[in-house]
Design a protein around this ligand. Structure first.
Ligand SMILES: Cc1ncc(COP(=O)(O)O)c(C=O)c1O
Length: 488
């Protein structure tokens, strides 16, 4: 969620009249909304209400919930209302009454946002949807008493995940980052080993390699795919190379056939960083089973979430067995408190897995709704010659995680300005990941040219990618184009 202006518009009673008047004055719309302790909307008070109350001698030094001049039935709309509907009340074209400002509430009547003509509603980059199915599963997990990692939801989630991918041995972890670390440790990659990865990714990819004691070797990306440049991999392979870590960045599948060919010829592993790519496909097969193992993230902004959480999926049972032991401090499965390997605690809780099971059931519709949003952005933004869309090809489909565009020659300074200006209009965006070679801590792992990853990283932004209608998207696009044109 993005921070909104609720502070200026909401109040809990009782309060001194002077305080209420100051608040009404601070938002320049002449109204405050009254909430209870759970932030539910229970009334409104405008400067007009106070004036009328004064004329009837109802106003005293304190305003409390029983004050007669309070409006106990304020107008509100649901937070998920289409902006067209919101506008029809703010502009009063269709509806009888015109409102200057409308609270947008959730199903429990808790205020989520305030809509005014200047700022219709906020568009968070990702709008998480949790409903009763997740909540009921969590209640079941709590009631079962199994709230740590022992409990049937964990193994059920792992089984369901493998079924969804179409095979493999799945293991839950505490995050996508620990999934990567566990994968590397289970393949016995560590001190003295090298792992090749692309310059364009979230820090978790490179950090996981460093955290297991191995050395990351960073290569540029291919501008046609935004993913690791397969021609550059061969140049960087040495006798110490143990694995390639292809990252399916922004849900874009890597060229797996080429990577597989290299890995086979050099006898090295493939550890897929698929944190952003759940549901993406490569040559009609889901991402997740093309390498020796793949790692997913269930952070709140991902395709499905467990709050925090991750999954490693192995192709071979022997690594799966070792990983299961490492994630539980290396403890023997036969002898309690007897440790056979040096492990750690990477265990997901039963409560998280309960959420995951419910989320996984909805994955098809979650991806479809994101795809609808991606395709509409593409349709409208394709015609601007200063915008490059995420690459498309006929051998893969994206996971539709985060809608990202490259604005030609924008540069990081103008991009920062663009992000700020869009946020002022209620549109939350994100810069692309900074390339590893631009950060001091990673420079020692980088050599050679990184011109393509730098170009993508320095000129790209991600737009709101979930739970928006085409009408909302039109509004976002119109503002985006206007703001870009002010800068380029
Ligand atoms: C490419 C990539 N790898 C790894 C991760 C790490 O996942 P987590 O945040 O669950 O640790 C992320 C998370 O955003 C990611 O984008």
């Amino acid at each position: 969620m993005i921070q909104n202006n609720l502070e200026k518009y909401t109040i809990q009673l009782p309060k001194k009249l002077n305080f209420v008047l100051k608040k009404i004055d601070s938002n320049s719309n002449g109204i405050v909304f009254i909430t209870n302790l759970e932030n539910k909307l229970i009334g409104s008070l405008s400067d007009g209400d106070i004036r009328r109350g004064m004329m009837k001698n109802q106003v005293t030094k304190y305003v409390n919930i029983n004050s007669k001049y309070i409006n106990k039935k304020p107008f509100f709309l649901n937070y998920n209302s289409d902006v067209k509907k919101i506008l029809s009340y703010l502009e009063s074209k269709k509806n009888k009454k015109k409102y200057k400002c409308i609270p947008l509430v959730d199903n429990k009547k808790v205020i989520q946002d305030i809509s005014t003509i200047e700022s219709l509603r906020k568009y968070p980059i990702i709008n998480l949807k949790i409903d009763n199915s997740e909540i009921n599963n969590v209640i079941d997990a709590m009631k079962s008493g199994w709230i740590s990692s022992a409990g049937s939801f964990v193994s059920q989630f792992e089984e369901n995940f493998s079924k969804y991918l179409g095979g493999g041995y799945s293991i839950t972890t505490t995050s996508g980052t620990t999934a990567l670390e566990l994968a590397l440790k289970s393949l016995q990659i560590g001190l003295g080993d090298e792992v090749i990865l692309p310059n364009l990714s979230f820090a978790a990819s490179i950090n996981s390699i460093i955290n297991v004691g191995a050395k990351p070797v960073v290569v540029d990306v291919n501008p046609k795919t935004w993913t690791i440049d397969c021609n550059r991999i061969l140049e960087k392979i040495s006798s110490k190379t143990k694995a390639i870590m292809p990252v399916h960045i922004y849900g874009q599948p890597c060229e797996m056939d080429k990577i597989k060919k290299i890995a086979k010829s050099k006898n090295i592993y493939i550890v897929e960083d698929a944190a952003e790519a759940l549901g993406a496909t490569y040559k009609n097969a889901k991402i997740g089973l093309h390498g020796d193992c793949s790692c997913f993230s269930f952070y709140a902004n991902k395709t499905i979430t467990t709050g925090e959480g991750g999954m490693v999926v192995f192709k071979k049972k022997k690594y799966f067995k070792l990983a299961n032991q490492i994630k539980n401090h290396g403890m023997s499965r036969k002898k309690f408190y007897f440790h056979e390997t040096v492990g750690s605690n990477y265990r997901m809780t039963n409560i998280q897995a309960a959420i995951g099971i419910s989320q996984l059931k909805k994955i098809k519709s979650l991806i479809l709704s994101r795809r609808r949003i991606f395709q509409y952005y593409n349709k409208r933004l394709r015609k601007f010659n200063y915008i490059n869309l995420l690459p498309e090809n006929n051998w893969s489909t994206n996971s539709y995680w985060l809608y990202t565009i490259l604005i030609k020659n924008l540069g990081t300074k103008k991009r920062e300005k663009l992000i700020k200006n869009l946020l002022k209009k209620g549109i939350e965006t994100r810069p692309a990941f900074y390339p590893f070679n631009s950060m001091n801590i990673y420079k020692k792992y980088c050599s050679g040219s990184y011109k393509f990853s730098e170009k993508i990283a320095n000129n790209s932004i991600s737009l709101p990618s979930t739970s928006i209608s085409h009408y909302d998207q039109d509004l976002i696009i119109d503002i985006l184009i206007k703001e870009i044109n002010k800068l380029i």
